[in-house]
Design a protein around this ligand. Structure first.
Ligand code: CP
Length: 325
């Protein structure tokens, strides 16, 4: 028996049913999300009301991994657009009693929500649900695979501070192998024309980076030269095999971004981090809180890009500021 309760509808401005990753997104789709997010920022800064695109619409936040930024910003984004959210965690759902993810998702879909946001430790789980559900699915981070809305907020922050992304030099530092942020940022930034490099210990850089036209460094002082933006990744202690991983002290010595490293960077370098930060491991506190850091700007932009995605996926019209950037 057919279990879909809604017909898939790609008749939205992004021409996609779901947002599963940045690998398949084209420049015009990324531009529409950024334009809409900057439009919402302008409304917010002028104290004007947001459109009620999600009025009478329900968003399910299914988070099977911990999250502060992504979960709360999706909840705020939906609320800002007049919508309701219901949040479920693994512990508080019947998956803790043995129900499969798909059965859980189908059960939720039978209650007729409008959109499902999923964070899950298994790569490909949002794609699996997307195949079986009629409602849009947004990937809020799947294992080591992708975290597309993090990439959108990173693009927005880079555009805010650097303008045009074509030709911009962006370095991603840290545990590239276990990072869904590195993957989503690389695809999205390359689509926007940026030049991507990565730097980290050889055990934490996957071999396919060079095939992705990404320059690989293992020496941090060499890697930071001439970079416009440095995206520092969290050392994901919970995902690492201890045999592969340097100790936090050793990692910090060779790959930590300290004031001494910032001294070797361009004067206007932007320091970014998706959070949460391991202070004193991948980033020293003085740099995390220093003049080059835009970490809290990233967090604020997270609400705006998630509003843009919810608005556009649910049929909201493309929105764009009139004045030139
Ligand atoms: N950047 C990010 O995904 O943070 P959270 O895990 O807090 O959502």
């Amino acid at each position: 028996m057919e279990t879909r309760t809604h017909a898939p509808d790609h008749r939205n401005a992004l021409q996609v049913k779901s947002i599963l990753g940045t690998e398949s997104l084209k420049k015009d789709q990324l531009e529409k999300i950024l334009d809409c997010a900057f439009y919402f920022r302008s409304l917010r800064d002028q104290g004007k009301p947001f459109p009620a695109t999600l009025a009478n619409k329900n968003t399910i936040l299914l988070f099977f991994e911990a999250s502060t930024r992504t979960r709360s910003s999706f909840a705020l984004a939906a609320k800002n657009l007049g919508g309701n959210t219901v949040a479920l965690t693994k512990e508080a759902s019947s998956t803790s009693k043995g129900e499969t993810l798909l059965d859980t998702a189908r059960t939720i879909e039978a209650m007729r929500p409008d959109i499902l946001v999923l964070r899950h430790p298994s790569a490909g789980s949002p794609h699996h649900l997307d195949k079986h559900l009629g409602i849009p699915v947004i990937n809020a981070g799947d294992g080591f695979h992708e975290h597309p809305t993090q990439a959108f907020l990173d693009l927005m922050t880079i555009r805010e501070f650097k303008g045009e992304m074509k030709g911009l030099k962006v370095l991603i530092v840290g545990d590239i192998a276990h990072s869904r942020v590195a993957r989503s940022d690389t695809y999205a930034l390359q689509t926007m024309g940026a030049e991507i490099s990565v730097c980290g210990p050889p055990t934490l850089i996957p071999p396919q980076m060079e095939r992705m036209k990404v320059k690989v460094f293992h020496d941090l002082e060499q890697a930071v030269q001439g970079q416009d933006v440095i995206i520092v990744l969290r050392v994901q202690l919970e995902r690492l095999n201890p045999a592969q991983n340097p100790s936090p002290g050793e990692y910090s010595r060779f790959y930590g971004i300290s004031a001494a490293i910032v001294e070797k960077c361009k004067k206007d370098v932007l320091i970014m981090h998706p959070g949460p930060v391991n202070r004193g491991v991948e980033l020293s506190p003085d740099v995390a809180d220093g003049p080059h850091s835009v970490i809290l700007n990233q967090v604020g932009n997270g609400v705006l890009v998630r509003m843009a995605v919810l608005h556009l996926l649910t049929g909201g019209e493309p929105l764009k500021l009139k004045e030139d950037r």
